[in-house]
Design a protein around this ligand. Sequence first.
Ligand SMILES: Nc1ncnc2c1ncn2[C@@H]1O[C@H](COP(=O)(O)OP(=O)(O)OP(=O)(O)O)[C@@H](O)[C@H]1O
Length: 260
Amino acid sequence: MFFEFGIKDAIDILLVALMLYYIYRLMKESRSLNVFVGIMVFVLMWLFVSQVLEMRLLGSIMDKLVSVGVIGLIVLFKDEIRKFLYQLGEHQRVKHLLRFFKQKKDGSEEEDKETIMPIVWSCMDMAKGKVGALIVIERGIPLDDIVQTGEVVDAALNKILIENIFFKNSPLHDGAMIISKRRIKAAGCILPVSHSMDIPKELGLRHRAALGISQDSDAIAVVVSEETGRISVAIKGRFHLRLSAEELESTLAREMTKRT
Ligand SMILES: Nc1ncnc2c1ncn2[C@@H]1O[C@H](COP(=O)(O)OP(=O)(O)OP(=O)(O)O)[C@@H](O)[C@H]1O
């Protein structure tokens, strides 16, 4: 039996291999590699039974299992699928394409400054007093699910309110503050904790939570350490540690103008 093998087939195989490699990497990162191997074994068995051996009864049972299984897998791996699609949208080429359709609003630099300065001033004060803080600045991706884990504040952004919320005896000092559209949207929020092994040992849960939200979204997370008074920023799964006031301001200004 002969069949033609053209350039289209080569591209087809390459794309499937690439897709499988991406799924493999995602599953490995989320420690679900055994599930990936299990799925691959099942798919090979299914192809062998229905295509090579042409066993109709077993083949049709496996067909049904596959169609139900796909829905089950989507439910089971919804977080990984979300992460995969997010990474795809984050890809530089896709971003360049999107930027083509986006226009920067006039006066947005002024608005950015109004967001940045109260954060910088309050972080400097809290760092001096060794008051722990975790501030998340929402950008393109909405953080409504995170807001729901805390208390809605919805107040104009200002330095004194930020410091009051993180003051040790304040009822909302525990957890993260979410800032959105120049307003303090919520406080006392629970963030996803990063499981990365690359975080320095001396950094605890507050820093892991900052890194976690920066891995799961395009948000910027600012941390003031209660232990050392140091200020750090997590962006896209990377830490910028021990920042001075000027460095914090310039990092936030640079990132806010990027507009994801
Ligand atoms: N998942 C989370 N979401 C939001 N806030 C969190 C989360 N986990 C911990 N925190 C905050 O971090 C505080 C504990 O910080 P911890 O000392 O473990 O971290 P750290 O990174 O060492 O910070 P620090 O240098 O300030 O001590 C908690 O009291 C809480 O306010």
